[in-house]
Design a protein around this ligand. Structure first.
Ligand SMILES: *Cc1c(COP(=O)(O)O)cnc(C)c1O
Length: 376
């Protein structure tokens, strides 16, 4: 029996051909493929503007910069997220304030955000955790009248929907990830989508050193126009090598999500018969891409979460502890945090293998361990 991974990217001959073509063209840095990927991504996500960046982390950083967030500002974030969500707040010198999450979705809600808002709150970063769509409208109803910007961290969210539209479509600004652990991949990479033209054009400049003329435009001219640097920018560019892969991956997205939802439904059906286990599910307002299929091991189950993980490991099944809590990590240990749901989910959830190429037999191996465990 071979090792069953928790996640595998779905890549094939078309990605190899696309990269080969870029190498043959001689233009490997940010250029026409990045522009084409941005356009295709904006269309797929129903966004007005899209600009590619080097990762979701740099995308979140730029989103906060263009939203004008800085020193003296508080930004509400879930501790229940990958640490990059909070790190982006620190990069701009602002103060992260942790809000708890809803136990059904693992996401912030208007109530948990309202509980920690102060006069200094200038932004909230909501996360579509594990691909579960956040109830964005309720958070925006709270924040918009108070002049608080809502940034959506949709690192895990490509292919999930909210009220029938792609997640992120209803946010002023959204950041996406193309890391291989996410739903589609470019190796490393990210995207910002936004409804605001002014934010899009500033972020577009900032991602390449705040140059007034893009490198692509300068290099395609015989006599390059003189450029100027109007503020301190960054090198957060994506390459055409990555974008060529992204274009193929974006075409695969509907098929990837369809297969993941099929596998998730099979897990949900079979695990619902096991007393003491609770699985992630679609909320009433949308559909999940099931980027992370998490399961809570409740006290009604005879084994602890860590026992389940080691039994899975004995069957050569690589599962993972659930979503981390940022407030338990050293850089955030001094941030005040009363987060009972976050702590419960972090301690008691695990992420089961789920990827496009997974077979029914693979899934049966996972289910067998969970069913056996219930009898112990
Ligand atoms: C993975 C992830 C990130 C970071 O994405 P990168 O592209 O690796 O920088 C940020 N936020 C969340 C919620 C994530 O899951």
């Amino acid at each position: 029996m071979s090792r069953l991974n928790v996640m595998m990217p779905f890549l094939g001959e078309e990605e190899i051909a696309a990269v080969s073509e870029v190498i043959s063209s001689g233009w490997v840095a940010q250029g026409p493929r990045v522009a084409a990927f941005e356009q295709a991504f904006a269309q797929a996500m129903e966004a007005d503007h899209a600009l590619a960046v080097s990762s979701c982390t740099t995308g979140l950083h730029l989103a906060l910069v263009v939203a004008g967030i800085g020193v003296d500002d508080e930004v509400v974030v879930p501790s229940f997220s990958f640490i990059a969500t909070s790190n982006a707040v620190r990069y701009v010198g602002a103060t992260p304030v942790f809000a708890d999450v809803d136990q059904q979705t693992g996401n912030l809600t208007a109530d948990t955000v309202a509980a920690v808002i102060t006069k200094r709150t200038r932004a909230v970063i909501v996360v579509d955790q594990g691909g579960v769509p956040v109830d964005l409208d309720s958070v925006r109803s709270l924040c918009d009248p108070r002049g608080i910007t809502v940034v959506e961290d949709a690192a895990c969210g490509a292919g999930s929907t909210y009220h029938g539209r792609p997640v992120g479509a209803g946010a002023e600004i959204t950041a996406w990830s193309f890391h291989p652990r996410k739903i589609i991949t470019t190796g490393e990479g990210g995207m910002i989508t936004t409804s605001r033209e002014d934010w899009a054009s500033r972020a577009r400049r900032l991602r390449e050193h705040a140059m007034s003329v893009s490198a692509a435009d300068r290099h395609s001219a015989v006599l390059a126009p003189a450029e100027s640097y109007l503020e301190v920018g960054y090198n957060f560019r994506m390459t055409d090598l990555q974008a060529s892969v992204g274009l193929v991956q974006l075409n695969r997205l509907p098929e990837i999500v369809r297969r993941r939802r099929e596998l998730a439904a099979a897990y949900q059906k079979q695990i619902s018969d096991v007393t003491g286990l609770r699985t992630v599910a679609d909320p009433t307002w949308g559909t999940c891409n099931y980027q992370s299929f998490w399961t809570e091991v409740t006290p009604a189950y005879p084994l602890s979460r860590d026992d389940v993980l080691s039994r899975l490991a004995s069957a050569d099944v690589s599962a993972r502890r659930g979503i981390m809590s940022t407030h338990s990590q050293p850089p955030y240990a001094s941030v005040p945090a009363t987060l009972p749901v976050t702590e419960r989910l972090t301690a008691n959830t695990l992420i089961l293998p789920l990827f496009h190429q997974m077979t029914e037999d693979d899934q049966a191996r996972v289910i067998d361990v969970l069913v056996d465990g219930a009898r112990s």
